[in-house]
Design a protein around this ligand. Structure first.
Ligand code: NAP
Length: 299
């Protein structure tokens, strides 16, 4: 239980509703900022304006998927107000407090480091990334279906990168009956892909492997689908780039060639906000509970 733990949650989207629900279920004292536009009540949570005093007693500060932008602005889909996290606010947090966000830009990283406040980036955790790969793969397949006139079954799909997202996506495509090729750079990943029954190739051979592809999914967060690669793809091919912004595709050249190529960020929050919210909520509550035990053990 989180009885007595003070949580301050600022901004976010539908995913945070699951987080708030779970926190209140566990008896945390939850203050929320940036939810005044929500039409359904948030049972057990207190609505507040963004005031500096709120930070004085917070044991945990919860921020959205992208904690803040480079100027401290916090996205809040249920609010029209501008929510900006300031240095003065971070400085007011108790020293044992932790800031949690999906990922943090340098603004937040630097403020937390400067004031000795712990920062946890949830999307960097393996467990969260693996759970998130499920709605990500489903979202990628939704985009593939929406942007092709063929079935996934029987199509030739290429997945670049066999990390947490690529592995789930390759297996899901395979389950739907696609012929799946997987681009890797490590021998152990080559072996894993082969064991799964998909067709691995080394990424430095990419140019020679793209000739007969219907769908190309990229998960490698660096420029990999270059103009030269795109020039070798069949014109019917659709590129769905899942890597974090700006993706790994030369979108300008794809457009010039008249090919469909799209960057598809934030799929879990788009296709399955409830599931994505539960993934965050489960991890977050466990982390706060573990932290609360540590505060309890302090002299
Ligand atoms: P990951 O587990 O680190 O996997 C990344 C893969 O890319 C690994 O196989 C890695 O190979 C490979 N890779 C990295 N740099 C490479 C390079 N220069 N050449 C060849 N291969 C390279 O990451 P992930 O969790 O799967 O996430 C992948 C990307 O998707 C990230 O950018 C993440 O932010 C994004 N993402 C997007 C969504 C969405 O909704 N669109 C959802 C989740 C994640 P090695 O193991 O050899 O390094």
């Amino acid at each position: 239980m989180l009885t007595g733990v003070q949580v301050l949650l600022i901004g976010g989207d539908a995913r945070q509703l699951e987080v708030i629900r779970k926190l209140t279920e566990l008896d945390a004292s939850v203050t929320v900022v940036g939810f005044e536009g929500l039409h359904t009540p948030l049972d057990g949570a207190i609505h507040a304006e963004l005031r500096d005093e709120l930070f004085d007693s917070a044991d945990a500060l919860l921020l959205p998927a992208v904690g803040t932008d480079d100027n401290g602005l916090i996205t809040a889909v249920f609010s029209d107000r501008e929510l900006r996290l300031t240095e003065a606010q971070i400085a007011r947090l108790p020293k044992h407090a932790t800031v949690y966000a999906g990922m943090a830009k340098s603004y937040l990283v630097q403020l937390c480091a400067k004031h000795g406040i712990g920062l946890m980036e949830l999307f960097e955790r393996d467990d969260v990334a693996i759970y998130n790969s499920i709605p990500t793969a489903e979202g990628a397949i939704m985009m593939a279906i929406q942007n092709t006139d063929i079935t996934i079954h029987g199509s030739t799909c290429m997945v670049l990168g066999i990390g947490r997202t690529g592995l789930t996506l390759a297996r899901t495509l395979q389950g739907l009956g696609a012929k799946v090729k997987v681009g890797v750079r490590r021998q152990e990943h080559f072996a894993r892909a082969w064991e799964m029954g998909v067709t691995p190739f080394y990424i430095d051979r990419l140019l020679h492997e793209v000739g007969n592809i219907d769908l190309l999914f990229n998960t490698i967060p660096t420029m990999i689908v270059t103009a030269q690669i795109i020039a070798n793809l069949p014109s019917r091919a659709v590129i769905i780039d899942l890597a974090s912004k700006p993706g790994g595709t030369d979108f300008r050249f794809a457009e010039k060639r008249g090919m469909k190529a799209m960057l598809a960020p934030g799929l879990p929050g788009i296709v399955a906000p409830k599931t994505a919210g539960r993934i965050i909520a489960d991890c977050l509550c466990q982390l706060i509970m573990d932290n609360a035990k540590l505060w309890g053990e302090r002299p």
